[in-house]
Ligand binder design. Structure first.
Ligand SMILES: *Cc1c(COP(=O)(O)O)cnc(C)c1O
Length: 517
């Protein structure tokens, strides 16, 4: 298969770039996102044949279909290292069947217990291999610093993926006070000589907007180049090298369901995804476009329901929306960056339309898509949101009915799937975190304690790890992942809190680079 090159959603890249360049640059120069020039298609045979391969080879085969400019040997080295015994299940992302043709696609068996590992065990390997290639071709001289804005889960998964990778350092910003005790400790205790973590005063959107501004700052890029020999790049789901690995598990899940005799070959399934930055569900969209028989993409939101409203009305409006805290913080997002890629595809790749809408969003905090785009979206998507109380109730009721314990993000999707699915169509739910990452809210759910009520004093006094043990003993749940169980025993390395504006972020970046060089 020939090489597929990459264009960007705002039409600023005049000469399409290779996969390796798209991975190393992360974001296109004008702020657009890279997408492949053409989307490859797989036959039903090709899809179903994946079931005969181990997951690493399923991934390699899908990557190969995207014509990446890496050799077979390089791809195999990347996927075997990315999807091996760093996961605690041989299937990498096994599916657990629940009653009523519901299948939990468990994307949290990796080292940090969230679905981000599915991509972030792979992206750093793409990144260092790609950077080495570009250096060899004389296209690159600088080393890199990865700058990540996280609502919690990405940060840890990126730190774990990039820690001690050659030629790369990584800085992670998370909203101070906006992540769970477990998430905080996962990041603050991160090992590795090339890592730094900052709390930011503000919410996730402040972090993300700050990061984007810093990425777009040409003068700052020159300064980093001259002072440190460093170029910035991103591991956020705006990087194509992060999105592509996520496509694999939807195709793979379909193949597995057919192979296990749960779904008739060629029959359609629904996929329901708890959505924040729109990366995970966009991967399901690409899986569908590549030929996976997916009937509809069910987009699940929490109380920050801007995406649900957008899919239902065609207007994306955050001019009068306040940011709500929910039990599913990784979906607490107002600006969903990857939606831009979806709109690009829906408009038949109209970069001018995208540039216009994104300018409206920046200026008026609102944009409205045209009728055709809206109609196209309605054919692909259905969307609904779940409020905080309903989410917690779903965790308890599902546990009582089936014995399966869900994290709050997964619970949002479970509930939305119940609302939107069609009879007789099996539904695959993207289960995005192990419950023990969000033990506090799982405890509330199991004991019917509302979010605004105090926990009993003796429970409130427990650390996240201790609380997880309590939940495990009460529910009989086994297997708290090792990476979560040991957190109380590790030293806290990072406690710095900075402002969320671009100046403060730039200062922190320079201090880190100056210190580590
Ligand atoms: C990141 C995350 C999500 C949202 O995924 P997007 O790709 O940003 O839409 C949902 N659940 C969990 C647990 C996450 O970590």
């Amino acid at each position: 298969m020939g090489e597929i090159r990459y264009i960007d959603t705002r039409g600023t890249v005049k000469e399409p770039v290779s996969f390796t360049e798209a991975v190393v640059h992360g974001l296109a120069p004008g702020g657009g996102l890279f997408v492949p020039e053409s989307v490859p298609e797989l036959t039903l045979d090709g899809i179903c044949a994946l079931a005969d391969l181990p997951y690493a080879q399923r991934a390699a085969r899908v990557y190969r279909s995207f014509g990446v400019d890496l050799t077979d040997a390089q791809l195999e080295a990347i996927t075997t290292a990315a999807y091996g015994d760093n996961f605690d299940d041989e299937a990498i992302c096994p599916m657990t069947p629940l009653p009523d043709d519901v299948y939990m696609l468990e994307l949290w068996h990796g080292p940090t217990s969230a679905f981000k590992d599915m991509a972030l065990q792979c992206l750093p390997r793409f990144f260092s291999t790609s950077a080495a290639e570009l250096r060899q071709r004389g296209l690159l001289s600088d080393e890199h610093m990865i700058l990540v804005a996280t609502s919690g889960d990405t940060g840890k998964a990126a730190l774990e993926g990039f820690c001690d990778v050659d030629g790369v350092s990584i800085g992670v910003m998370y909203p101070d006070g906006g992540v769970s005790d477990i998430q905080f400790k996962q990041m603050a205790t991160q090992r590795g000589g090339n890592v730094r973590v900052w709390g930011v005063r503000g919410n996730f959107d402040d972090c993300q907007t700050g990061a984007k501004t810093v990425f777009d700052d040409d003068a700052f890029a020159r300064e980093l180049h001259e002072r440190f020999g460093i170029a910035l790049s991103s591991a956020n789901s705006i990087n194509w090298g992060r999105l592509m690995p996520q496509i694999v598990y939807y195709i793979s899940a379909y193949a597995q369901l057919v192979s296990d005799g749960k779904v008739e070959r060629g029959a359609q399934i629904d996929v329901c995804v708890p959505t924040g930055n729109f990366g995970n569900i966009l991967a399901a969209y690409y899986a569908r476009r590549m030929g996976t028989p997916i009937r509809r993409l069910l987009c699940a939101s929490n109380e920050n329901r801007v995406l649900t409203d957008f899919i239902n009305t065609g207007t994306y409006d955050i001019s009068d929306r306040t940011f709500v805290k929910t039990p599913s913080p990784s979906m607490d997002i107002l600006v969903s960056s990857n939606l831009e890629r979806q709109l690009f595809e829906l408009t038949g790749r109209d970069a001018d339309a995208i540039a216009g809408w994104m300018a409206d969003l920046k200026a008026k905090r609102c944009f409205k898509v045209d009728r055709d785009t809206f109609a196209g979206m309605r054919e692909l998507y259905a969307a609904d949101s779940v409020d905080n109380a309903e989410c917690l109730t779903a965790i308890r009721e599902t546990f009582e009915r089936t014995g399966y314990l869900m994290d709050p993000h997964t619970a949002v999707a479970y509930k939305v799937a119940e609302h939107l699915r069609e009879d007789g169509v099996p539904v695959v739910i993207a289960s995005t975190a192990h419950w023990a990452k969000f033990g506090n809210n799982v405890y509330r759910a199991l004991h019917a304690i509302a979010l605004d009520e105090d926990l009993p004093a003796e429970v409130a006094a427990l650390t996240g790890c201790e609380l997880n043990k309590l939940i495990a003993s009460e529910t009989g749940a086994t297997g708290i992942p090792a990476g979560l169980a040991e957190l109380d025993d590790l030293p806290i390395r990072f406690t710095e809190v900075i402002d969320g504006n671009a100046e403060a972020i730039k200062e922190a970046v320079c201090a880190f680079l100056g210190h580590s060089s």
